[in-house]
Ligand binder design. Structure first.
Ligand SMILES: NC(=O)c1ccc[n+]([C@@H]2O[C@H](COP(=O)([O-])OP(=O)(O)OC[C@H]3O[C@@H](n4cnc5c(N)ncnc54)[C@H](OP(=O)(O)O)[C@@H]3O)[C@@H](O)[C@H]2O)c1
Length: 257
């Protein structure tokens, strides 16, 4: 069986306006995608998302943007409905949504916990559900999780804890959607060189993470680079279609299991 390609395909990318999501969007267009929905959440992300969208339009893609808190299920429904209404089809859905909290267990508040599970688990589940509702046959779903799922470390109970359910949602969705040729996977980067990472790390802990991967000496800053993750996502939605139900760690040898 031939593998799917991105040629003339339509992709919904949650968090697609900046950082990892924007690079995935750009690489999808490079691989022939003709339609993109770039989702963003905060007002502060609007300008960057519109800038990313304009740059992709200049390269010939039809791009629409969509703002919404995806922990509200109705927003996920609207996201996929609008994509379907505008393009008439959706082939690929990538969810890069995440919220990180680094705190010892004794300091975690109920708000911290709910915010983390809302963005990392609930939004991921309903994004997957809505993708499953709308995606064309032979489509693909990818969720970004974290290599911390395999870490033995302090202060990261709730962040990877709230990403952990995605592994099982991925497994279940791959089984349920498989009869339509849809593959479903999760990708777990290591500590990645974006503002998301630096927000909760001290200078010392950032330096530790930048030295912790086996391949750190060969990475520009010792960290995972978004340039090393986006091609894996692109592969999973094309030649890598036979991979399904998996969580793939891409971290230069930072954690493994
Ligand atoms: N950077 C790292 O060290 C690292 C390592 C491993 C895994 N990851 C994962 O990689 C993914 C991408 O991270 P990144 O580094 O590229 O940073 P990022 O651009 O800040 O990505 C996080 C995204 O989540 C969105 N978001 C947060 N809460 C949301 C909600 N309730 N509803 C909808 N969207 C929401 C943010 O939107 P707004 O900013 O518009 O609110 C943002 O677009 C995340 O899932 C993260 O957990 C990151």
């Amino acid at each position: 069986m031939s593998h799917p390609t991105l040629q003339d395909k339509v992709a919904v990318i949650a968090g697609g306006g900046k950082n990892l999501g924007a690079l995935i969007a750009s690489q999808f267009v490079e691989a022939g995608a003709s339609g993109l929905v770039l989702h963003y959440n905060s007002d502060s992300s609007r300008a960057e998302t519109e800038h990313t969208a304009a740059a992709l339009r200049d390269r010939g893609a039809d791009v629409i943007t969509f703002q919404g808190d995806l922990s509200v299920v109705a927003n996920s429904v609207r996201l996929f409905d609008q994509a379907q209404a505008h393009f008439g089809r959706v082939n690929v859905a990538v969810n890069t949504v995440g919220v990180v909290i680094k705190k010892p267990i004794l300091q975690v508040t109920e708000t911290d916990y709910d915010k983390s599970f809302d963005a990392n688990a609930k939004a991921a589940f309903f994004f997957m559900q809505q993708a499953g509702r709308v995606l064309a046959d032979r489509g693909s779903i990818v969720t970004i999780v974290s290599s911390l799922l395999a870490a033995y470390t302090d202060s990261y109970a709730v962040y990877p804890g709230s990403k952990a359910p995605v592994e099982h949602y991925t497994r279940a969705a791959s089984k349920e959607f498989g009869s339509r040729g849809i593959n479903v996977n999760a990708v777990g980067p290591g500590p990645m060189d974006t503002p998301f990472f630096y927000g909760q790390e001290s200078k010392e802990s950032a330096a530790y993470h930048a030295s912790a991967a086996a391949l750190s000496p060969y990475s520009t800053k010792g960290l995972t680079d978004i340039q090393d993750i986006a091609p894996i996502v692109r592969f999973l939605v094309t030649e890598g279609w036979w991979i399904t139900g998996q969580t793939i760690f891409a971290n230069g040898g930072y954690t493994t299991r």
